[in-house]
Design a protein around this ligand. Structure first.
Ligand code: AKG
Ligand code: FE2
Length: 267
């Protein structure tokens, strides 16, 4: 069984940003109340896949397991709006990506029994650098993209927790196929409680693991980036439309995170 990920809560903003930069992830215990977790799970149950928005919904009968992933759920139900800028989490995100950062996606995800292990991967490798360059303490690669996972279950090994290899963003490269450790550090499972969250940078090596339980795992992912990195709101060629009722409920900060920027370079 994989060793558990060290889930140290960091007390200050500086410590949280440092953990994201140095370890590749930062843990936020108890961000959501039990009621919020229950409300989100119900909202996720209600969502229906729209293929033109690149949603997926496969069933055990046809594909061996349930896999429902719905994109940009901030545009589906106003219950998701507050996940654009949860207190504490958003402070770390803005410190890492800059005060003009934005959301590039928000995915609600249900993974059912039979979901297999993912391969160890990075979500994006912004640049590749030789290991000896990465080892030089003067080299600090900016955090270009990060993702926060809001876990909506009490995690245990059989439910298929996410695994991270702490520090592996400093590899300066993507893992080779089948490569399952970096410098002797094995993937560690995030065994946390419903309502906890983890924010991680895109180049940390990680994976989702097999669901060998008889239950469905519920997860909300929010993806953030520096403003210069494009938002991913399909359907493309300007066919994505914000829901006017939901948008009318968004705060100024939430609107900026959704892309309402002041004019800048290239605008
Ligand atoms: O399912 C998970 O816990 C992680 C998923 C993931 O890393 C991905 O799909 O890129
Ligand atoms: Fe991933």
């Amino acid at each position: 069984m994989a060793e558990g990920l060290i889930l140290a809560a960091r007390g200050s903003l500086e410590q949280r940003v440092e953990a994201l930069e140095q370890e590749g992830y930062v843990f936020f215990p108890g961000v959501l109340s039990g009621e919020e977790v229950a409300e989100l799970r119900c909202a996720i149950d209600r969502l229906e896949a729209r293929p033109e928005e690149y949603d997926r919904h496969t069933n055990p009968e046809t594909h061996g397991f349930l896999n429902k992933s719905i994109n940009n759920v901030f545009n589906r139900d106003s219950v998701f709006l507050s996940f654009l800028d949860r207190p504490d989490v958003i402070d770390v995100v803005e410190a890492a990506h800059g005060p003009d950062c934005h959301v590039i996606g928000m995915t609600a995800w249900m993974t059912g029994p039979g979901r297999p292990d993912q391969g160890i991967h990075v979500d994006w490798q912004p640049l590749e650098l030789p290991e000896d360059v990465m080892d030089d303490p003067r080299v600090e690669v900016p955090v270009y993209i990060s993702t926060v996972h809001y876990y909506l279950d009490d995690l245990y090994e059989a439910l298929g927790p996410t695994q991270f290899i702490p520090g592996s963003h400093r590899a300066g490269r993507v893992p080779a196929t089948g490569e399952s450790a970096w410098r002797g550090v094995e993937p560690r499972s995030i065994i946390c409680s419903a309502g906890d969250a983890v924010l991680f940078r895109c180049e940390v090596w990680h994976r989702g693991t097999a669901n060998t339980s008889d239950r469905v795992r519920y997860l909300l992912q929010v993806h953030y980036a520096q403003r210069m990195i494009t938002q991913k709101f399909p359907p493309y060629l300007n066919r994505f439309r914000f829901d006017p009722v939901i948008l009318s409920r968004a705060t100024d900060r939430q609107r900026r995170l959704l892309g309402e920027h002041v004019q800048g370079n290239y605008d």
